[in-house]
Design a protein around this ligand. Structure first.
Ligand SMILES: [Zn+2]
Length: 193
């Protein structure tokens, strides 16, 4: 296919065909060597502006560069399309497709690993939160234990005071008995006299 082939000439290939944007939504497997407008000499589109140069990664045209209107994917797209490179051989296409798929597979695995990393990080944070909760609970428990110990000391003190009071009451009872006996003796003696 010559460089003069136009968009209308390749439109029969449809989605996933010759036009680079048509493959299944995955990014370019290799970074662009230059930006879409950083090439020379300039190719002008029908709007008279410099056309963007992209690389197709479709199954039909892997690795083939093409020019496209800068305003493509907007309402004022002039529809300009032009291949920059000759179509490569079937063998080369198969090799490029295999390499493209290998890179896509690797990036998919990379993405999966990233997702697993994020899950792991979230779990680690969860564990940290639980650890803090347990630490708080242990501190609360220690405080309660100290409170109980203080209360036990108060109880022991009160018990000791109660014992002292009981001793006083016992002594008072003995004294009363003694007084009563003395009075009885005095009364008996008075009666005899
Ligand atoms: Zn244009």
């Amino acid at each position: 296919m010559s460089q003069a082939s136009s968009r209308s000439g390749s439109s029969s290939q449809g989605r996933g065909g010759g036009i680079g944007g048509g493959y299944e939504g995955q990014g370019s497997p290799v970074p662009y060597r230059v930006g879409p407008l950083a090439y020379e000499p300039a190719v002008l589109c029908r709007c008279n502006g410099k056309a963007c140069r992209w690389i197709s990664w479709s199954n039909a045209q892997p690795g083939r560069r093409y020019y496209r209107c800068k305003k493509s994917r907007t309402g004022i797209d002039c529809g300009f399309f032009l291949w920059a490179d000759e179509e490569c051989s079937k063998w080369f296409k198969e090799l490029l497709i295999d390499l493209r798929d290998a890179v896509w597979e690797l990036s998919k695995k990379d993405g999966e690993l990233d997702a697993k990393d994020m899950v792991l990080e979230a779990k680690e944070m969860e564990v940290e939160v639980k650890k803090n909760e347990v630490e708080d609970m242990v501190m609360e428990l220690n405080a309660k234990q100290q409170e109980v110990q203080a209360k036990e000391q108060v109880v022991a003190l009160l018990e000791a005071r109660l014992k002292n009071k009981n001793k006083c009451i016992d002594m008072l009872a003995v004294l009363c008995m003694f007084l009563l006996l003395t009075m009885v003796v005095i009364l008996c003696n008075g009666n005899k006299a």
